[in-house]
Structures are given as C-alpha cells and as structure tokens.
Design a binder for this molecule. Structure first.
Ligand code: ADP
Ligand code: MG
Length: 381
C-alpha cells in the first residue's frame, strides 16, 4: 500500500504541510528539532491511532490552536482511501473515511492503513520499562485486530473504575461486603476483557517468535538464538487455552483481593504484563551487547512487516526514524535486502551521508526546516 499524499494542518510544528509522494522512497532530511519525526509520527497515527511520543492528544496540536488535521490519500491494492482525522486538545477526535463521518474515531481508524515504525528510540524496547513493550505489542495488534483495540480500551476503562473504587474505599467506609460486591462488578469485566487481551498477545508472540528468530539467526550468522516470552502477572509458562487463562486469571484476582485493597490499585492483569527477549537463553535486557540488541530490534521489525503483509494482504509502509546512524553497514545491508520489493519507505536523517548509496537510488529527498519544506528534489542516482 502507498501513501500518495499527506496534508498536515496545525499538527505539531506544521501549520500547513502538503506533499505528494510519487516515489517509493522518501528521505526527509533536516537538522534536529525541525519536524522530521513529526511527519513520521503523523503517518504512524493513521495506522495505530496512537503516538509513542505524545502523552496526550493536546501535544499533537500546534501550540494554542483549536485542533490539528491529518489528511491522507492512500492507495491500497484494490481501492483508494481518503482519511481525514481531526485531533482536539481535549482528546476528542473526529474521523472521516472517504468523506463518510465515522462514529468511533479511534476504533474506525485502525485496520485501514498499515505501518511499521522503526525509530532510534526502539532500543528502549529491550532496555526500557515493561510499558514500552506493552505499547509495542498493542500498536501491532491494533492494526492486526480491530477487536483487540476495542477490548483494550474497554479493559482500560474497567481498570480505571476499579482503581477509583479502591482509592475511595478507605474514605467511603464501605462495609467489606459492599466493597467486595462493587469490586466484583469491575473484576468480572476485567476478567473477560483481560483474558482476551492476554490470549491475543500470547498468540501473537507465538506467531512472531519463529520469524524474528530466523532473521536474527541470519544476521548473526547462526550465532544468536532469539526467544521472546510473554511474562504475565497471571501465569508463568506459555501455551494455555482461553478457558485455562480465564480460570487462572480468576484465581489470581481472588488471591490478590487483600493486597489490592491495601495498596489501593489493581495489581494483576495484562496492564502489568511484559515481554522478555532472550538471546542464547540469557535475558537480552541485562546480557546482550548493543550490537545484539540492535539485531534483535531489526529482526522484530522485519518480522512485524512479514506478519502484517501475510495477515492483511498489503505491504505496510515502513517508517525509519533516525535509525541509519544507529545501524552499521552490515545491519543496513541486511535491512535493505530483506524488505519486500514494492515497500514504501519514509526515512529521516540529519546527515545524508549516514545512508547507503543503494538506498538513495530513486528516492525523493525533502528538506525540512522549522516546519516548512525548504526544497524537494527527486534524486535519480
Ligand atoms: N504541539 C506542538 N506545537 C508546535 N511545535 C511543536 C509541538 N510539538 C512539538 N513541536 C516542535 O517540533 C519540533 C520537534 O520536531 P521533531 O519532528 O521531533 O524534530 P526532528 O526534526 O528532530 O525529528 C520542536 O521544535 C518542537 O518544539
Ligand atoms: Mg527526530
């Protein structure tokens, strides 16, 4: 699939950006803090509905403006898609697809356009906190499975309600029985939504594991065996049926009642889970070299591409944000030679010299300064 045209109005530091992308490769060049990543972020929002860099929607709106707009024309295998997304500082969004207003702007956005984002921040995927890995899992699963997106939103609402109740419980002086009854209402929902979430994540890990493992084996010339394990607050080993998960989750919730009450927050469920990367049976977070970690991220990103392509029948758009400076020639080569031939790629860099010559071939180069396109040239090397 291809993004043919993008227009941004009052999005981050762009008051008015409009560009047509006629080449498969677009290189966005500029100094730091000029707005390169902002363009990739906007494209990624069209695919995942979320941004890893923004805490809230107001971050995405040009300071003090009423709202921001992202317009995109997309070509899929058999259709043309026009997406218009309005983002408001309040968090309320509006969405039109092919001029038809959608009732659920978050849920109706995902599943139309597919992207894989690979940014220099992705090294935190291994080193960083569990929330980064959860959000990695979520951003792919949102694209693959519309139902997962809805279930996660519902789950998060139930957790927020339960937390509010746990916090109030001390002041409200509810009897234990009344409190337990009220908590049970939320726990029933948490149990149902949460089991679906864990089940979907477990299946996804099972799917991505062999593919990523194969890439890592090839990059490392057979010296690195990658493994990915879903670490849940409700189970220790993998391969469970949906029913097993439900039973285990219920038992864990029951067991945690006293502690949750004491600490005033929900302590078990997919919002506490994690994924662990292992290389040669050792946890990558603590033992892998920087090079091994880079190979792991690269393997995972290539595996994401493969899975989206296989499941959706469309080659997703690849967003490479400042990664080439982080990848040595070997890994750059590996990336370039393992991409689908017709993939559309957007790449940002401060220095064109960081990018392999081969990649510059047939690329369109856009130079950005302070939220403006300085110049755009088509490089035919
Ligand atoms: N909501 C916003 N309104 C206006 N400017 C913003 C907003 N959010 C970020 N910026 C500006 O965007 C710039 C950073 O853009 P970014 O795309 O991250 O730069 P880079 O070119 O380094 O990738 C900074 O100058 C920052 O002040
Ligand atoms: Mg950047």
């Amino acid at each position: 699939m291809q993004l043919k045209r993008l227009k941004l109005v009052n999005y981050r530091n762009y008051t008015d950006f409009e560009h047509e992308f006629n080449n498969l490769k677009t290189i966005i060049i500029g100094q730091n803090a000029q707005g390169k990543s902002n363009i990739l972020e906007a494209i990624n929002i069209l695919a995942t509905s979320q941004s890893d860099r923004a805490e809230k929607d107001s971050d995405l709106v040009f300071w003090n403006k009423e709202h921001s707009l992202i317009f995109a024309n997309i070509e899929t295998i058999d259709a043309e898609l026009n997406i218009a997304l309005q983002i408001n500082p309040t968090g309320r969004r509006k969405l039109k697809i092919n001029d038809v207003p959608k009732r659920a702007p978050q849920a109706d956005l995902v599943g139309n356009f597919f992207a894989v984002m690979f940014s220099c921040d992705d090294l935190y995927l291994i080193k960083g906190s569990p929330s980064i890995r959860r959000s990695w899992l979520d951003s792919i699963l949102f694209q693959l499975d519309k139902k997962y997106h809805k279930t996660l939103l519902d789950y998060q609402k139930s957790i927020a309600q339960k937390n509010a109740l746990l916090k109030q419980s001390h002041e409200a002086m509810l009897s234990r029985k009344a409190l337990k009854e009220q908590l049970d209402v939320w726990n029933t929902q948490i149990l149902n939504f949460g089991t679906d979430i864990i089940f979907t994540r477990l299946n996804f890990i099972d799917e991505i594991k062999p593919i990523a493992k194969d890439f890592q084996r090839k990059i490392s010339k057979d010296t690195e065996a990658l493994d990915i394990i879903y670490k849940s607050s409700i189970l220790q080993s993998s391969v469970f049926s949906h029913q097993d998960l439900l039973t285990l989750f219920k038992a864990t919730l029951d067991k945690s009642f006293e502690e949750e009450l004491m600490r005033g927050q929900s302590l078990v469920g997919p919002h506490r889970d994690d994924a662990i990367f292992m290389i040669n049976e050792k946890e990558a977070k603590s033992f892998a070299s920087q090079g091994q970690q880079r190979s792991t991220i690269l393997s995972i990103k290539l595996a994401e591409l493969k899975i989206i392509e296989k499941r959706k029948g469309e080659v997703p758009v690849l967003l490479l944000d400042d990664v080439f400076a982080e990848l040595d020639e070997n890994r750059q080569d590996f990336l370039l030679h393992n991409l689908p031939r017709n993939i559309q790629t957007f790449l940002t860099t401060t220095h064109i010299s960081d990018i392999q010559k081969e990649f510059l071939k047939d690329a369109q180069i856009i130079e950005i300064q302070n939220g403006q396109v300085l110049q755009s040239e088509c490089k035919l090397a």
